[in-house]
Design a protein around this ligand. Structure first.
Ligand code: GLV
Ligand code: MN
Ligand code: MN
Length: 400
């Protein structure tokens, strides 16, 4: 709740876009708490923070536990911070209980998970996993032209550690479910088996700019009309295809953007997702065909630029089992779930065995100021996270 005061919004959420002054404040606060817990902090060249609690075996690779502190615009308090701060709580509990682990444990804050200021999402874990080149990531610009590397330097989080290229034993992430299944079924913990695939696009529909008053309707090349038609058909397509595909337009911009000018150009973002990779590919093809057919018929032109593809991920059995076993140890009800949202764990699964834990969130809502969880759910998630980590990191002196 103290962290949620940074970038707090009137409706109870937070507005803390990646690498803004608010993000710097959360990082500073997180670092203060990590130092108080006796952890050693390192920052890599993508600004991701790793707070290490040393294990007894100096040669054993670390176990990661973490998530992200950046938020959506007018976002919630828990998407991200829950996973980072529960990991910190877990190592503080190990300190309090005098528990030593064989593998070191690193509490991680990944830079720019959300991808709303700098697209795409999960960029720094992606660089860590070798999916993106660091130069590509550093050069990504926000809407005003500020770059990731420039903003890392400005807020003082352009670290010196190389990004990735080091062994990690396993990685765990606690997160709110961001959907309604756990709450509706009265289940305490979701054992996450994987994450559905996603594709992001920038779409532009172009017509011919003209005056709002005198120019005849029948002769207009209106990209707003084209966009309305295209979107109506696309929503219908995805809704009727199956129960699992998702289609979201999160941003729409008209240019030049004046009340009494019919715009010449509409730019919008598209996010499509599906748990089945073949179905996602099919959706991609149908989407492209529909946009070009409809705009052509209206004398408009269309451009589709795919800026990201994150295929469906399945988490390592070892970590899924560790999470399930932890839920049993803590005595909580649990069910297997598949994540609808993307997470840094998707890219960590390419580096090491990875697992995720979900806890219910009120009404299944997230990416919204209304996002809420109970203290009981947070505690349950933190306990399962700690026991998952201990299961793999190994308690020094314990048998097995
Ligand atoms: C991350 O929040 C996502 O887009 O799923
Ligand atoms: Mn998140
Ligand atoms: Mn999110």
């Amino acid at each position: 709740m103290e962290m949620a005061e940074i970038g707090a919004t009137p409706a109870g959420g937070v507005h803390r876009l990646a690498l803004t002054d608010q993000d710097r404040s959360t990082r500073d606060l997180f670092a203060t708490w990590c130092e108080a817990a006796g952890l050693t902090i390192s920052v890599d060249r993508m600004g991701s923070m790793f707070a290490r609690r040393a294990g007894t075996d100096v040669d054993a690779p670390p176990v990661f536990a973490g998530s992200h502190l950046d938020s959506q615009p007018l976002g919630g308090r828990f998407d991200g911070p829950l996973g980072v701060l529960a990991a910190l709580e877990a190592v503080e509990t190990m300190n309090d209980q005098g528990i030593e682990t064989r593998h070191s444990v690193e509490v991680v804050n990944w830079t720019n998970e959300e991808g709303s200021r700098f697209a795409p999402a999960m960029i720094s874990s992606g660089v860590f996993a070798g999916v993106f080149e660091i130069d590509f990531a550093h050069a990504i610009e926000d809407a005003s032209g500020a770059t990731i590397v420039g903003e890392l330097e400005r807020i003082g989080y352009s670290g010196s550690e190389p990004v990735g290229g080091r062994p990690v034993r396993a990685s765990f992430e606690l997160h709110i479910e961001q959907g309604p299944l756990l709450e509706r079924s009265g289940t305490a913990v979701g054992v996450v088996t994987g994450v559905q695939g996603a594709r992001w696009y920038d779409v532009r529909i172009e017509g011919e700019v003209t005056h709002a008053g005198p120019f005849p309707m029948s002769e207009r090349k209106d990209p707003v009309r084209g966009t309305a038609r295209v979107l109506d058909r696309l929503f219908e397509l995805v809704r009727t295809l199956d129960d699992e595909g998702k289609f979201t337009v999160g941003e729409i911009h008209a240019s030049p953007g004046s009340r009494n000018t019919m715009p010449g150009q509409i730019d919008f973002t598209v996010d499509i997702r599906h748990p089945d990779d073949d179905a996602l590919t099919g959706l991609d093809e149908k989407f492209r065909a529909l946009v070009s057919a409809e705009t052509e018929a209206m004398g408009l032109s269309a451009q589709i630029d795919q800026i990201w593809h994150s295929p469906t991920t399945r988490f390592a059995e070892e970590c899924v089992d560790a999470v399930r076993a932890a839920a049993v140890t803590v005595g909580l009800s649990h069910m297997d779930v598949f994540s609808g949202a993307g997470h840094d764990s998707v890219y960590m699964q390419r580096v090491c065995p990875t697992g995720m834990i979900f806890v219910p969130c009120e009404g299944g809502l997230s990416h919204a100021e209304a996002e809420n969880i109970t203290q009981k759910d947070a505690e349950a998630g933190a306990n399962v996270l700690m026991h998952s980590v201990l299961g793999v990191a190994g308690v020094a002196g314990a048998a097995g």
